[in-house]
Write a protein that binds this ligand. Structure first.
Ligand code: NI
Length: 151
């Protein structure tokens, strides 16, 4: 396993649409392992492959309930809403208020190529949305609520 460099805001890689994974092999397992290690090292709760410069539809998430490895994830349903502060390992200390669904159902493949469905709520739902957005070149900054006016 190895820690990979995290691509930072301003790099075009973060704006690309990622390609679906077709073959789950040793290289993909190495990517998953490295992504998890990189996420933990950086103190994040999620990381998407483009953030380590790989344009594949792969994300890792751990909101404190164990590691989730999602290959070709898709949000198949969502409901409710939540508004809260969000940040991103690619965007330094910037934190913004973002409104997301409260519940999402995500379908993906696991590292063995088996189809899985995850019912997520609260932080995990937020995290799934944030990471899956990365696979389409969307950053949380794009979805941020307008800053409150201060007087
Ligand atoms: Ni992010």
């Amino acid at each position: 396993m190895a820690i990979r460099n995290i691509v930072k805001l301003g790099d075009d890689t973060l704006r690309k649409t990622c390609k679906p994974v077709k073959i789950i092999d040793k290289r993909l397992h190495a990517l998953l392992d490295d992504m998890a290690q990189t996420m933990y090292e950086a103190g994040g709760v999620g990381l998407a492959a483009p953030q380590v410069g790989v344009l594949k539809r792969v994300v890792v998430i751990d909101v404190g309930k164990g590691l989730l490895e999602l290959i070709n994830p898709e949000i198949v349903s969502s409901s409710g809403s939540q508004t809260g502060e969000e940040g991103c390992l690619s965007c330094g200390d910037v934190r913004k208020s973002v409104t997301r669904p409260m519940h999402v159902e995500v379908r993906a493949l696991d590292r063995n190529g088996k189809g899985i469905t995850i019912k997520a709520e609260e932080l995990l739902a937020r995290c799934c949305c944030h990471e899956i957005d990365h696979l389409d070149g969307i950053l949380f900054l794009d979805r941020a609520n307008p800053d409150e006016e201060r007087s």
